[in-house]
Design a protein around this ligand. Structure first.
Ligand SMILES: NC(=O)c1ccc[n+]([C@@H]2O[C@H](COP(=O)([O-])OP(=O)(O)OC[C@H]3O[C@@H](n4cnc5c(N)ncnc54)[C@H](O)[C@@H]3O)[C@@H](O)[C@H]2O)c1
Length: 398
């Protein structure tokens, strides 16, 4: 994260940008805290010793890591070390037979999420899933049907929802500060060349090798859907290929695209532009800029541009992002920085407090599908050379 001070130095001649604090820029009002009640402890099982070790279950006052699992021994060791939990299963399939568990955190490969999450819910346990929710529209519906049938809680661990800027943008949207928020630009750029270590394990290709960019759309789309609550209704998308160079040719998805650019229409008649680049000469970024007719908000870029707020008729102003994770939005042990823009502690707390308070989590199954399904249709549009396609509405929680 780039701080305002550094950027004022970096852009000394940009005298139209004035370095003032976020609170001063927008009269910042902190969102209501939601600290889980004392007492009940959720017994959670954690599956997946890669990204699955990045969350803070063991620090939450209402949670206990009661079991861990991975197919790989080295990953099981990592989970044991991280969560200080000695109840270890060799697979998710074995872990979910443990009747003492209330919930399971599923951090397995993307193509397994629906199979694994429905298996968890079918054994009477709540589930938090890594992104994306699903890879087909049929599987989006399967997830919703399983939540309805079992009555279990489903949440998706969408990090963009709880980036510090997203929390701010959501609050400003609620307060009407953008005026009409008519256009969002959202991007997830992550250069992963074919020989990247993430693509290989023990000489075999992993699930990431050649994965279609638009089937991983949630980090970008959460910046609009998670801030406004709108649904995306239509999309046209262009895909770019590097298959002619032989790169990624033999992938299990038969995918030809490494970069994709989509334009969406929203249920409120607004627009979203999304770029998903996996082959780009640029730093990794997960960011957005929100355009309103009263105010616009630009997240900092990984290439050095600072966070900026523009209000109609006024000079652009540098924005210093308040750190929500330092506040009573989180229980005291979680008030520290965490990965992906400080989102991991928030995701931990939201899932656990939703279970303790018996309420739906912010990114429930309907929201998860609303961040996921539009990308699935965008990928179809890539395959049809940018044809405009309708996106089904999977509804929302009552
Ligand atoms: N910002 C984010 O939200 C973010 C960042 C990174 C990864 N992710 C997501 O998190 C998930 C995990 O990512 P990763 O990088 O750790 O992937 P990974 O492939 O490195 O790890 C997945 C792990 O799941 C284990 N596994 C698979 N099937 C299992 C089973 N049946 N039982 C027990 N263990 C099983 C594998 O052995 C592996 O160790 C992916 O879905 C990815 O999309 C999200």
């Amino acid at each position: 994260m780039i701080d305002g001070q550094k950027n004022a130095e970096r852009f000394p001649r940009r005298d139209f940008l004035m370095g003032i604090t976020g609170a001063a820029v927008a009269g910042w009002v902190r969102p209501q805290a939601s600290v889980a009640s004392e007492g009940r402890k959720i017994r959670i099982g954690v599956v997946g010793g890669g990204f699955g070790t990045a969350f803070c279950w063991h620090e939450h006052p209402n949670c206990e890591v009661a079991a861990v699992s991975d197919l790989r021994a080295d990953r099981r060791d990592r989970l044991v070390a991280r969560f200080k939990c000695d109840t270890v299963y060799e697979s998710l399939e074995k872990l979910i037979l443990d009747k003492t568990l209330d919930a399971v955190a599923v951090f397995t490969p993307a193509p397994d999420h629906v199979r694994h999450c429905t298996a968890v819910m079918n054994t009477g346990k709540h589930v938090i899933s890594a992104v994306p929710a699903a890879m087909t529209l049929e599987d989006c519906q399967t997830l919703i049907d399983t939540v309805k049938k079992t009555g279990m809680t489903y949440m998706m661990a969408e990090t963009s929802y709880y980036r510090q800027e997203s929390i701010t943008a959501r609050q400003w949207f609620k307060e009407g500060r953008f005026g009409n928020l008519f256009y969002t630009e959202a991007e997830y750029h992550h250069h992963t060349e074919p020989d990247n270590e993430l693509n290989w394990y023990n000489g075999e290709k992993t699930w990431r090798y050649g994965y279609p960019p638009m089937l991983y759309p949630t980090h970008s789309l959460a910046f609009h859907v998670g801030v406004t609550g709108e649904r995306l209704t239509e999309v046209m998308c262009l895909g770019q290929s590097r298959m002619n160079t032989g790169e990624y040719r033999d992938n299990v998805y038969k995918n030809a695209f490494c970069n994709a650019m989509a334009l969406y229409k929203t249920s409120g008649g607004n627009a979203v532009r999304q770029t998903e680049f996996r082959y780009v000469a640029a730093e990794i970024c997960e960011r957005a800029q929100w355009y309103g007719d009263e105010m616009s908000f630009f997240m900092p870029t990984s290439t050095g541009f600072p966070g900026v707020v523009c209000r109609r008729g006024q000079k652009p102003e540098l924005f210093e992002q308040p750190l929500h994770w330092q506040t009573d939005m989180l229980p005291e042990p979680l008030r520290h920085d965490s990965g992906h823009g400080g989102s991991h502690t928030f995701l931990t707390h939201e899932f656990i407090s939703a279970l303790v308070e018996n309420r739906r989590p912010a990114v429930d199954v309907y929201e998860a599908v609303a961040y996921t399904a539009p990308g699935i249709v965008a990928h179809e549009s890539c395959l049809k050379n940018g044809e405009l396609l309708q996106i089904p509405d999977f509804g929302r929680s009552a």
